[in-house]
Design a protein around this ligand. Structure first.
Ligand SMILES: Cc1cc2nc3c(=O)[nH]c(=O)nc-3n(C[C@H](O)[C@H](O)[C@H](O)COP(=O)(O)O)c2cc1C
Length: 358
């Protein structure tokens, strides 16, 4: 048993994470995210994290069609909160490291050192191809560029002037002041391939992943731990969990059935074709077959049931996947978040998975 960090993956994209017309409306607005961040802080969560998505999947549910920009959102949320960590996502294919370094340092003044950064190395085709970005990058190339990106931002955050002559970035007497409040912020990366995990283990503090089932969460968590051990053993692992709570297990199942009835096949097909092409989890969608037609709106990795049942399932995965942080998504970020904070997390804490931040 060990203490873990508890985070909330913010609903900055419309529709949340369920492509369906029968889910509670999540409009992806700043007003809604502000309410969610304040509630998350009141409930004692350790951090909020927002994703960086630049285009949605359309379809009747307009899945992800409205997206807030992550760093700007974090600036607002940092001003509106006092204790909770405020983490943003930057795509290293899209934002020059000198611009990102300055934006993050600025955010760290607004948050007084509560800033964290999740980077993605590229591969979100829907977002990127519309900008002509990332078309030529294979997996190892994108992580080579990301490694340079990380080296540059860290240098700008710690050195008075930076000269850098890399394959992807060249800087000459480049200066970035002020430095971030609290020093170099915690940096994680969403990655699942072996190449990605090795890059994260060598260069960053943590990896963010998700699984399509209990067993896939355990397998990815253990793989991340093994790759970390081969590279200095400093990596923290954060797993994203979709939870669907109900008063009883049957109640939760009724919610899932309802959301699946409204599944958005247009969005599901686009998502499957995009993610199937890049996923390294063999149980994920495969773009070469028509498997997406059987896709449910609710991800197969969803943890559903009564608060007791969800706490038990999470405890099992956190323990066997050796996870350091749980990052939550849910259909409704007010009512479900309240159940998570008031009923589920306290059960996990009572079972030995305390809050790192407590
Ligand atoms: C939990 C999670 C969150 C992600 N968030 C984003 C994101 O905000 N923006 C983005 O462009 N890609 C995001 N991705 C996709 C990753 O950037 C990447 O394409 C994918 O994880 C493939 O990594 P790999 O090449 O190491 O397998 C996310 C992936 C995961 C697993």
């Amino acid at each position: 048993m060990k203490d873990i960090e508890y985070g909330i993956f913010m609903p900055v994209s419309s529709g949340g994470w369920i492509p369906s017309s029968t889910v509670p409306e999540l409009d992806g607005s700043y007003a809604y995210n502000l309410e969610v961040a304040r509630l998350s802080e009141r409930l004692g969560f350790d951090f909020t994290l927002s994703q960086a998505v630049w285009r949605g999947y359309g379809g009747p549910s307009r899945h992800f069609d409205d997206n807030l920009e992550s760093l700007v959102t974090s600036g607002g949320l940092a001003q509106a909160t006092t204790d909770i960590g405020v983490w943003s996502t930057v795509n290293t294919a899209m934002l020059h490291p000198a611009i990102a370094a300055k934006m993050v340092a600025t955010g760290s003044q607004i948050s007084n050192g509560r800033t964290g950064l999740n980077i993605v190395a590229g591969g979100n085709r829907t977002s990127e191809t519309q900008m002509g970005i990332g078309l030529d990058l294979d997996n190892s190339t994108k992580y080579r560029r990301a490694a340079e990106w990380v080296e540059v931002v860290k240098a700008l955050w710690t050195e008075s002037t930076v000269d850098y002559d890399g394959e992807y970035f060249q800087l000459k007497d480049c200066q970035s002041d002020p430095k971030p409040v609290g020093g170099v912020p915690q940096m994680i990366c969403a990655a699942t391939s072996d190449t990605g995990l090795a890059f994260v283990a060598k260069n960053l503090d943590g990896v963010l992943f998700e699984g399509t089932s209990r067993d896939s969460v355990v397998a990815i968590g253990q793989r991340a731990r093994r790759i970390s051990q081969e590279n200095g053993d400093n990596l923290k692992t954060y797993c994203v969990f979709m939870i669907v709570p109900g008063d009883t297990d049957a109640d939760a199942q009724r919610r899932i059935d309802l959301y699946n009835e409204g599944r958005d096949l247009v969005a599901l097909e686009r998502m499957a074709r995009e993610w199937g092409a890049v996923s390294h989890d063999s149980s994920a969608h495969n773009p070469d077959n028509e498997g997406w037609k059987d896709s449910t709106a609710i991800s197969t990795g969803t943890v559903a049931g009564s608060p007791d049942s969800i706490a038990e399932q999470l405890a099992d995965m956190v323990e066997h996947a050796d996870i350091d942080g749980a990052v939550f998504i849910m259909p409704d970020f007010i009512d479900d978040l309240t159940v998570l904070g008031e009923e589920i997390v306290p059960k996990l804490v009572a079972n030995g998975f305390g809050r790192v931040g407590a």
